[in-house]
Write a protein of this length. Sequence first.
Length: 262
Amino acid sequence: MLDKERILSGFRTLSLQHRVEIIDRVDSTNKRAKELLSQINANDCIVIATEQTLGRGRLNRTWYSPKGGLYFSMIIKTDTRVKSCALYGLMAACAIHEALKVEIGLQTHLKWPNDLLVDTRKLSGILSELVVQGQNEGSNFVILGIGINVNTLTEEFPEDLREIVTSIRTERGCDTPLEDLLVAIVSRIDWWLQTDPSLTKVFYVYNKVCGTVGSEVLIELPEMTIQGLAKGIDEYGHLLVQDVSGRTHMLDFGDVVYLRSM
Ligand code: BTN
């Protein structure tokens, strides 16, 4: 079970006063966060679970969530100046990337839109969902769901995932306190929300750290496949891919496949 006092004392120095709900076992922290939003004024709430039974991923996938991982969802009131809600996910990816590097010396590869990999194996993913409340744009929320394989071992994952995932424990060879990692990430997300609430600077920072930028990529969309050079991310968070004919495609979702090894 997570140590709530350790988390709260880590949050004490932050300017945002988060309310924290810790659950031992839940289907999905994003789902629980949506329930909270429908019941109470849940702005700045964080739902954390020791384990998820129906963890959800992007593009209707599942997120395997046994004990030992970090699974949490932050409820954030959106700022009407933010050009696209996707920017919240990109900002969180930058925050996790930096927290892992600074706090535990783990260098990750940030793959658009918000996967964190070590070499080619996935360590962390983000599912951000927009919740529209009423007709007023000023009362929309983003649920930022973050999953990180922390103290699980790759061998403990189901066979079909073993070759494509990794964990901090696998990479470092030792355990990492979940509470400290959570505080390190949330404090960086808070810093962004406080200093750049319109998220205008996210695309500068993201372009610098994202490993997809400058790579030859292939992206399969429902109606077509796009192949070309990933030129960068625009201020909405779209990935700009230039194909061989010189045409630039502006993508807002999809799975990137690298055509050369990273
Ligand atoms: C992905 O890479 O597909 C995104 C995975 C996101 C998983 C996290 S774990 C906490 C939160 N609750 C969920 O059900 N999903 C997100």
